[in-house]
Design a protein around this ligand. Structure first.
Ligand code: GDP
Ligand code: MG
Length: 172
């Protein structure tokens, strides 16, 4: 019969890169220009049908990027099956912060079992771009990560992140 596989996914990245906006685009297909910043972490779920027999239910932890919540992050990524590390293509410093998150994930004992995606957000702000697609893609290749550039605002590429992650997860 139909099968429902459940997976835990965590979003990591500097404050204001658009983590919550990506999740809301995926879960509610909406965008809010004045989103309140996340306190601690938010939990949301969304189910994707991947073929006639199988659906994947994502249990999503949307973490706060602020330094004061940093010590809480391991609680959310420790048992995660997938991690989405987000940076803002208009802020070079946010890619540097993403690299630190990637290193932190790589130190986890179950690292080999975790599907990680590097995501450059705010693709609609192309004229303010500071991070080239080539540089970020190269980093993702070197570290063995999925890579996407998206816009939570327009919705461009957001669903694709979760579809590609679902393909990598161990669904029987
Ligand atoms: P978080 O702190 O990483 O969760 O970031 P938020 O989702 O709260 O977004 C931070 C700010 O960036 C908000 O003002 C959003 O409206 C804005 N934002 C998020 N995604 C995009 C995007 O794709 N394009 C543009 N132009 N702004 C965005
Ligand atoms: Mg947030």
């Amino acid at each position: 019969g139909p099968r429902l596989a459940q997976f835990k996914l965590v979003l990591l990245g500097e404050s204001a890169v658009g983590k919550s906006s990506i999740v809301h685009r995926f879960v509610k297909d909406s965008f809010d220009d004045f989103r309140e910043s996340t306190i601690g972490a938010a939990f949301l779920t969304q189910t994707l049908k991947i073929n006639d027999n199988t659906s994947v239910k994502f249990e999503i932890w949307d973490t706060a990027g602020q330094e004061r919540y940093k010590s809480l992050a391991p609680m959310y990524y420790r048992n995660a099956n997938a991690a989405v590390v987000v940076y803002d293509i208009t802020q070079s410093a946010s890619l540097e912060r993403a690299k630190v998150w990637i290193k932190e994930l790589q130190r986890q004992p179950n690292y080999q079992d975790v599907t990680i995606a590097l995501v450059g957000n705010k693709l609609d702000l192309e004229e303010e771009r500071q991070v080239s697609e080539e540089d970020a893609k190269l980093l993702a290749e070197q570290e063995g990560l999925l890579f996407f550039e998206v816009s939570a605002k327009s919705g461009d590429g957001v669903l694709n992140i979760f579809q590609e992650i679902a393909k990598k997860l161990p669904v029987e």
